[in-house]
Design a protein around this ligand. Structure first.
Ligand SMILES: NC(=O)C1=CN([C@@H]2O[C@H](COP(=O)(O)OP(=O)(O)OC[C@H]3O[C@@H](n4cnc5c(N)ncnc54)[C@H](OP(=O)(O)O)[C@@H]3O)[C@@H](O)[C@H]2O)C=CC1
Ligand SMILES: O=C(O)[C@H](O)CS(=O)(=O)O
Length: 491
């Protein structure tokens, strides 16, 4: 591949959207540590070389954010909503280009890439509107001459660390409530997918978001940035999406400053099909849930439990549908499943398949070696899966659909809850009392009933147990960026 950066630019209607520098204090900045490569996971070629910021430059970005925040907070909610609306409009006007950039660096099929842009934009639209509704409270006084006023104020500078699987939406889901609340924001995108974050800086500038309010700090050293975010006293809020393992590290680091943290961490979602379910709907739901972003989603079905009476029929229907899915380059027409992000991701899927087969599972679609080449991995279905297999405990993060068989409702609830994680869960059933019983018993922050897709800006997204802290989306999402102040008035 010769000049791959030019290649990606040539696919864009507006090539100036492909920016590779950092965006700090309204300026476009080169990295003191040179550049790092961004590769296309489908073909392996370098699509861009992005500014590699030093820790000192990240500290500089935090200082710029701190400088800008007070003035931004003094804007009325309606004024902030106005520029956020422009930011949203620009995203939607450039949806095709933003989707192309996202697919080029992340790999998901272009339709999904564009879908993520619309999903990401929805947070900016929603929270922009919400900026007008940050209501305080008057509480009856505790003495005759006292009035209790509760005001809500922005926390200050918020910093984010986000993963490669949703390079746009994981940033907007954090930046939008932060900006709406009157916080300023410093975003550190995953090193695999920085271009989708940087383009948000391009659009923030075009929308008229004041300099320093939204900053993007690409860096190949996530640990150095993580330390700066946690140790710099100007940062008052850390928001993270990624693995539980890294979440634990960040929580420990943030403890010294008693920093407020939001954590969207790993999942191990059960997807349960009861014998009274609409099986065709359950198959469609399982496909959407399992194979979104080729299984690289923390709310993806990780364990599919099917009641004994419908197990064989469900397996046959699922196999029939999944065998028709086309694996390929996300930028090519007709691709249903893109590549995995890197070779380690393929290794993990392979390891889970091998472990399941070694312990008695049977592959009914795909193969244990998977020899498609590169980061491509064919969708695989394994039957006869049991609780002692790795896939029952760990997030596969890939296109493996493991089918567990169960008989009893209480047993499947116990199996579904037998995990340190508690993000998303799903089940298909018709009986109303069963629906209530199971929805209440599942120890998860999210339960999808007769649906495999639960993501929307209108709902509170987040997990219990070791899947995280806090909620993103909905009117609750802005609370994580607000402090409550109680003012005691003697009148
Ligand atoms: N909840 C979710 O949405 C996600 C869950 N996962 C789970 O995690 C597994 C591993 O994926 P992976 O991408 O490695 O997830 P990580 O948790 O390792 O990475 C998520 C983000 O954290 C950064 N990071 C990594 N280590 C540190 C650190 N010490 N300090 C600060 N930031 C850090 C990464 O940067 P960089 O990549 O540049 O190192 C990335 O931006 C997946 O297989 C999946 O099971 C992964 C992604 C998203
Ligand atoms: O919004 C979503 O659907 C997810 O947040 C993406 S992930 O965090 O579950 O991977």
């Amino acid at each position: 591949m010769t000049d791959a950066k030019t290649d990606l630019k040539s696919l864009l209607k507006d090539p100036s959207l492909l920016e590779t520098r950092a965006y700090i204090g309204g300026q476009w900045v080169d990295g003191d540590d040179g550049t790092f490569d961004v590769t296309n996971p489908a073909r392996g070629y370098v699509i861009a070389q992005v500014a590699n910021l030093s820790r000192a430059q990240v500290a500089g970005a935090i200082a710029q954010a701190e400088k800008a925040q007070k003035d931004w907070a003094s804007w009325t909610g309606k004024e902030r909503a106005g520029v956020m609306r422009k930011w949203f409009d620009l995203m939607m006007e450039n949806q095709d280009d933003l989707g192309t950039i996202l697919t080029a660096e992340q790999g998901k099929p272009l339709a999904e890439g564009k879908g993520e842009i619309a999903y990401g934009a929805s947070f900016i639209e929603f929270f922009g509107e919400e900026a007008k509704r940050v209501y305080g409270e008057m509480i009856p006084g505790h003495q005759r001459d006292k009035r209790i006023m509760v005001m809500k104020q922005p926390i200050g500078v918020a910093a984010s660390i986000t993963p490669w699987n949703f390079p746009n939406a994981m940033i907007t889901r954090k930046a939008a409530p932060a900006l709406a609340a009157g916080c300023s924001f410093v975003a550190r995108p995953a090193a695999e997918t920085p271009l989708s974050a940087i383009v948000m800086g391009v659009l923030a500038e075009r929308a008229g978001i004041p300099a320093g309010v939204f900053n993007v700090v690409p860096s190949s050293s996530s640990s150095a940035v993580g330390k700066e975010f946690c140790e710099n006293p100007a940062v008052r809020k850390l928001t993270f999406t990624g693995s539980t393992e890294v979440g634990r590290i960040l929580l420990k680091q943030a403890a010294d400053q008693v920093m407020k943290c939001s954590m969207e961490l790993g999942g191990n979602a059960p997807f349960i099909v009861f014998d009274d379910a609409d099986l065709d709907a359950a198959v469609e739901g399982a496909i959407m849930c399992k194979f979104r972003n080729n299984g690289q989603t923390c709310v993806c079905a990780n364990r599919i439990y099917v009641q004994a009476g419908v197990y064989d029929e469900f397996a046959a229907k699922l196999k029939d549908r999944v065998s028709k899915m086309k694996v390929g380059d996300g930028l090519e027409e007709g691709t249903d499943l893109g590549p995995l992000i890197n070779p380690e991701a393929s290794d993990k899927v392979r390891e889970h398949i091998k472990d399941a087969v070694d312990k008695g599972g049977e592959i009914i679609l795909g193969n244990a070696k998977d020899d498609m080449g590169g980061n491509f991995f064919g969708p695989t279905i394994v039957t006869g899966v049991t609780q002692d297999m790795k896939v029952a405990k760990e997030e596969t993060f890939g296109p493996l659909a493991p089918l567990f068989k169960f008989d009893d409702v209480d047993d499947v609830i116990a199996m579904a809850n037998d995990t340190i994680f508690g993000l998303a869960s799903y089940f298909y059933a018709k009986d109303l009392s069963r629906v209530y019983k199971v929805a209440e018993a599942l120890e998860y922050g999210i339960v999808g009933v007769n649906t495999g897709i639960i993501s929307t800006e209108l709902a509170p997204f987040g997990g219990v147990k070791q899947s995280g802290l806090g909620r993103e989306g909905s009117h609750h999402g802005i609370e994580d960026y607000l402090e409550m102040k109680y003012v005691c008035l003697s009148v």
